[in-house]
Design a protein around this ligand. Structure first.
Ligand code: DQA
Length: 147
């Protein structure tokens, strides 16, 4: 069975009780379930990982070259995760960067992603729905879904 990597970075393991006015009330388990439902029709299994440490994010990327694609919310590593960027530069599969919040409407220090230029697509500000849309986008990108 083909696998889709769903990788979330620092502070995303506490979704649901993390600033819900910004990040919503859905938990990471809810999001993982939603993505699994979204890709079931393509015969894909979701491998969900969440790490608070950059090194663990790097290791997961290195260990996931076999997946069909990846959805990544790097959290604050979008701004400073240079070793994660190096790992993603060598990642051989399509991947989409997702952010729950619209970072452009927030503090200035969130206005840059050092990872986005490597991604196949980037989604900001659509809340948990962004993950579902990323899953569908990957299905189209890989040819699993027909146009
Ligand atoms: C986030 C946005 C980042 O700026 C922040 O550091 C996060 C969450 C989002 O999903 O909106 O941890 O990636």
């Amino acid at each position: 069975m083909s696998e889709l990597l769903l990788l979330n970075g620092p502070n995303l393991g506490i979704l649901g009780r993390r600033e819900p006015d910004i990040y919503g009330s859905e938990t990471l388990a809810d999001i993982e379930q939603a993505v699994a439902e979204e890709v079931a029709e393509f015969g894909w299994k979701v491998v969900a990982r969440q790490h608070d440490c950059e090194g663990e994010m790097v290791r997961t990327v290195q260990d996931s070259y076999h997946v069909v694609g990846a959805i990544l919310n790097p959290g604050a590593l979008m701004m400073a995760g240079w070793s994660l960027r190096d790992a993603l530069a060598n990642f051989p599969r399509p991947w989409i960067e997702v952010h729950l919040s619209n970072v452009w409407a927030r503090e200035q220090f969130r206005h840059q992603s050092i990872l986005g230029s490597l991604a196949d697509g980037v989604i900001f500000g659509l809340g948990a729905q962004g993950y579902r849309l990323a899953a569908r986008g990957l299905a189209h990108r890989t040819g699993a879904a027909t146009p």
